[in-house]
Design a protein around this ligand. Structure first.
Ligand code: BG6
Length: 293
């Protein structure tokens, strides 16, 4: 529907060497933003008079079909490594595929866009179900994203998902994450210990961190001195993953320039692992995420 884009939305290409991905650049009285057709992934969001909310790696090569590091990738239909086949793409296929723009409107709060993704021969070859995903985004004074997962098959399916949000922060060592006090977590760096860890104060960061919390409350806040607090609300999500790779893993990942890990924190709301969801044929579930600062 490129031909009928409303005022304030422009198509553009993000390029690196011979690669490029198509994005939409959005500008309205409330915010500036960029979203890619690949993964329906928000890459940039900046409310007026505020700094950028999201971190996007300057090491991205924008190869079509390869995960883009930063913004808000959507992990679906599994989170992390595939449970049975480690050769399949980590975090599922949704973030690597081109989505279709189904609607775009200019409204009194900014712009609202809706992207959709359904099964193809390629998705069926790795996950043999009929499905429909819809991601609706309101680009306004706050960023509101909503995932709808519909089972259009004649049998139930199980899925995991996460909004793998990369937040821009000034200094990871000075940053705190609130809202996970007293909630048991799995430390993915020592998974054998299971959900045996619990902290009674806000999460601080002094080393590589990779944690899965279940039965979390869905409301979190990122704070640091000299930084406007970031509010994260995902009321329908019971899991949250907290991740910073630190220096050594960031180097290994290969798409994060030196020291850039100091300026990012991932707080990933979703349904993962034990909290994967069973969806009956014909049913739809919705998962909103609201980010404000
Ligand atoms: C996090 C995981 O969600 O994503 C980490 O907890 C992982 O273990 C990270 O390294 C990045 O994954 P990817 O596939 O985008 O490199």
């Amino acid at each position: 529907m490129n031909s009928a884009l409303p005022t304030g939305i422009k198509p553009q290409w993000l390029a690196h060497e011979n690669n490029a991905i198509e994005v939409l650049v959005i500008s309205n009285p409330f915010c500036d933003a960029v979203i890619a057709y690949q993964g329906a992934q928000v890459l940039h969001y900046q409310a007026k008079q505020k700094p950028p909310l999201l971190w996007l790696s300057t090491g991205n090569r924008f190869q079509s079909g390869k995960a883009i590091r930063g913004g808000i990738p959507l992990c679906f239909p599994w989170f992390g490594a595939h449970p049975d086949n480690p050769a399949l793409a980590a975090h599922g296929f949704a973030r690597n595929l081109l989505w279709q723009l189904a609607a775009a409107e200019h409204n009194m709060h900014g712009h609202r866009l809706r992207f959709v993704l359904s099964e193809t021969v390629a998705t069926r070859s790795i996950w043999d179900y009929a499905f429909k995903l819809s991601v609706e985004i309101q680009f306004g004074a706050q960023l509101e994203v909503k995932l709808q997962v519909s089972n259009t098959d004649s049998q139930p399916f199980e899925f995991g998902f996460a909004w793998h949000s990369y937040f821009a922060i000034q200094d990871i060592c000075q940053t705190q994450l609130h809202g996970l006090e007293h909630v048991p977590f799995l430390d993915q760096l020592v998974p054998a210990a299971g959900y045996s860890h619990v902290e009674h104060q806000p999460v601080g960061f002094l080393a590589e961190t990779d944690r899965i919390y279940q039965q979390a409350g869905g409301h979190y806040q990122i704070t640091a001195e000299q930084q406007t607090p970031i509010q994260i609300d995902a009321p329908a999500c019971s899991s949250v993953v907290v991740w910073n790779p630190w220096a050594e893993k960031a180097t290994r990942l290969g798409d994060m320039p030196e020291n850039s890990w100091k300026n990012m924190l991932c707080v990933e709301c979703g349904q993962v692992g034990e909290a994967n969801v069973q969806l009956q044929a014909g049913q739809t579930l919705s998962y909103p995420l609201i980010l404000s600062y």
